[in-house]
Design a protein around this ligand. Structure first.
Ligand SMILES: CC(C)(COP(=O)(O)OP(=O)(O)OC[C@H]1O[C@@H](n2cnc3c(N)ncnc32)[C@H](O)[C@@H]1OP(=O)(O)O)[C@@H](O)C(=O)NCCC(=O)NCCS
Length: 213
């Protein structure tokens, strides 16, 4: 297991930190299309990028729809995580590490950070969704300790559909308990994703509605 070394910072972005939000926003706008390029249609990428703007990030933080952690390495943009603390789990919406910083243990470090947040909030589960055809990232998530579960359709608004698989990571201070919890989770969610959560899309909050499909 690689250790990310010195100079690594994870900053929880606050609503009033306009300059940091603006920097994060620029970073996300250049990072996300690169990731999605081989995975989804150009039209979908444009659609997603269109909604990445400072006001949306600021509102998401303010309304507690999403939280953002900025990951810096020697003050250079290295990555970010976007997540939200739900009633009984943490939903990890996105984790992105810039290409030149990948495979250096930073992703694992970010997940450890999230685990600590979960434990502090009395939560024992992190849930995330990875594109079904992104097998490489799915493999990395398994290496990070996540279990793969049900396939899931996510509605991001305006006719754009993503097929994703649900990934769950059970957390405990005690590794034995974490293993047992992971097994239990796996049984529970093989057929049905956890759901249901609102999304920030199309400039407003959209609630996923099973019946649309
Ligand atoms: C997925 C991602 C966050 C992982 O971050 P990272 O900093 O590269 O991961 P780490 O260096 O901490 O590695 C974690 C584990 O995965 C393995 N790994 C990392 N990249 C890998 C690759 N390309 N192929 C195979 N294994 C890989 C590491 O060896 C490590 O396993 P180990 O501890 O058993 O050796 C990063 O690759 C990324 O941002 N990808 C693009 C965006 C993305 O897919 N996000 C997820 C969907 S939102």
């Amino acid at each position: 297991m690689k250790k990310p070394g010195r100079g690594l910072e994870i900053i929880e972005v606050r609503e009033r930190q306009s300059k940091l939000i603006s920097r994060l926003c620029d970073f996300m706008r250049q990072l996300l299309p690169k990731y999605y390029n081989d995975l989804i249609e150009k039209e979908q990428i444009n659609y997603i990028t269109f909604f990445i703007h400072c006001k949306a990030i600021q509102n998401a933080i303010k309304e507690n729809i999403f939280r953002y952690c900025y990951i810096l390495k020697n003050n250079k943009d290295a990555g970010f995580i976007k997540y939200v603390i739900e009633k009984d789990h943490i939903y990890l919406s996105q984790i992105h590490i810039a290409k030149r910083y990948q495979k250096k243990g930073i992703g694992r470090f970010a997940i450890e950070h999230l685990k600590n947040i979960a434990l502090k909030n009395g939560l024992k589960l992190i849930v995330s969704y990875i594109l079904t055809y992104d097998t490489k990232t799915q493999e990395i998530f398994i290496k990070l300790g996540f279990k793969k579960g049900a396939m899931y359709t996510k509605y991001i608004g305006d006719k754009h559909l993503f097929w994703e698989d649900e990934f769950r990571l059970a957390i405990s201070d005690d590794p034995k308990e974490a293993n047992a919890l992971n097994e239990m989770e796996l049984d529970k969610f093989k057929t049905k994703p956890i759901h249901s959560r609102p999304y920030w899309a199309n400039g407003k909050v959209i609630t996923y509605d099973d019946e649309k499909f």
